[in-house]
Ligand binder design. Sequence first.
Ligand SMILES: [Zn+2]
Length: 601
Amino acid sequence: MKHRILLAVVCVCTLASGGASLQAQALEPIRYTLRFPAPHTHYVEVEAAIPTAGRPQVEVYMATWTPGSYLIREYARHLEAVSANAAGRALTVEKSTKNRWRIATGGAPGVTLRYKVYSREMTVRNNWVEAGFAMINGAPTFLTLVERAARPHEVRVELPSTWKNVQTALLPIAGATNAFRAEDFDTLVDSPIVIGNPVTREFTVDGKQHVVLFEGDAAMIDADRAAADVQKIVQAGKNAMGSLPYPHYYFMTMVTEQGGALEHKNSYLGMTGRYATRTRGAYLSWLGTLAHEYFHAWNIKRLRPVELGPFDYENENYVKTLWVAEGFTDYYADILPRRAAISTREEFLDGLSSQIEQVQVTPGRLVTPVNMASFDTWIKQYRPDENTANMSVNYYPKGAVIAFLLDARIRKASGGARTLDTGMQWAMQRYSGDKGYTPAQFYAVMSEAAGVDLKDWFARTAESTEELDYTEALDYYGLRFRPVDVETAPPYIGGGTRNDAGRLIVTSVRRGTPGLDAGLNVDDEILAIDDVRVRATDGLAARLAQYRPGDTIALLVARRDRLMTIDVTLGADPGRPWRLETAPNATDEQKARFEMLMNGK
Ligand SMILES: [Zn+2]
């Protein structure tokens, strides 16, 4: 890769690459015991038996971030009461950095480390412990040795009497109860653990066990219907990628009225509301998220950018191809439910249209190439503010749109013989596991699938700020963007607002809009237009509808409590000009091509 910037990174993490399995056999495992003596107080107590190999001092650390969620989160802040002993003798434990501890072993062959973790953050990265259940993630829970070795890690869970079982994709240890083994620290971090009384359903595809589970407030969830549809998505995934790459797979949904989901190698952990299966919109949204995380079992967990492994769990890991890892996954998240006959053709087109629209109304698409949006995700995508859309582009929708355009390009160039599925399968065969791909390698394998060199095409779409060209894809499938009647377009200013307890507050002002040009600021409170009060409850749009594009209005705002009037000449609302539909003159051949995309052929 051309710009691989890892010079400042000191990797202390365990390694999953060459020779790791041999090392793993030789190294004694770290053995953790998790206890929940008072789960209603939101603590998990951790005991770790750590082998020292006779060293006078060992150092342990806690990860600062979770792979798949690119922000330093400082999990060590939730730890307390860190202590260690050996053979009943207390040892000196000294904190050496924000997330590391040094233990003086006194020459003991093993030490027992104990600590408590406050666990009350219902996000896919963190932990939650309450009277009813526990959700444990590896990164914020397990202190491990500072070493470059693939050491096995074992976890035993002591269940409170009211909790029924432990669910995790980790392999159970034969002959032990509620005990599991990870071949290395990466696997431990990559295997969330749900403990409690979950609702579970199971099915088998290709001889592989799949578990669909719901924990939390699952009474309203239609688990039977969900499991039946998840099975269809698994089948669609297998059809697209050729085979199932995992030994078994756990679909883990916490029904907790929160959102978010995170991929793992043999499982996914997500959150949803109790009504997720009650309306079609909510259900498709849940299944779409599930399909996204599930497709990651191929794209990112196995077929991965070269930079995403071995992980440095204490520092940022920079990568330029998250538009492939996340964006292409988003494309498949829309297409798998369609191929599973769960969503309709129109729902697929609507989803794809929304992805296109999200890219095309983002001013930052003309400022930041999507590969650099990926690189800077640690400081931008995961730390958005009111100006993010003006200076950067979201690599999820832009990557999905590139996948759509690339799929059409491969199909057209190969005369329909090959598709994006072909390219992804070939990439998987060549670069999955320990290898990883560079951007150039990814471009090359896709070029091979197309039968033409796509290097320049990728340079334009992914490494420049050029506008995406939809002509070829639309023409190939017989699609068009629905025409917009500019004559009837409503007037607009181009800023986002929110109702803050009755105050109408500006939340964003996008580049290239009348609002920005006139000097409207984020956090301005809009009070009146042409000396007549604007009420937050009515909203700005209703009031603007009384004007025409081209009119100049006097906008009275309060900025840091000082009143001022801003003259704004209203523009014409671009509306939603990016809605795809079948072109009226589409030929049968074009329509047939689109059906092949829909059917996975
Ligand atoms: Zn994702």
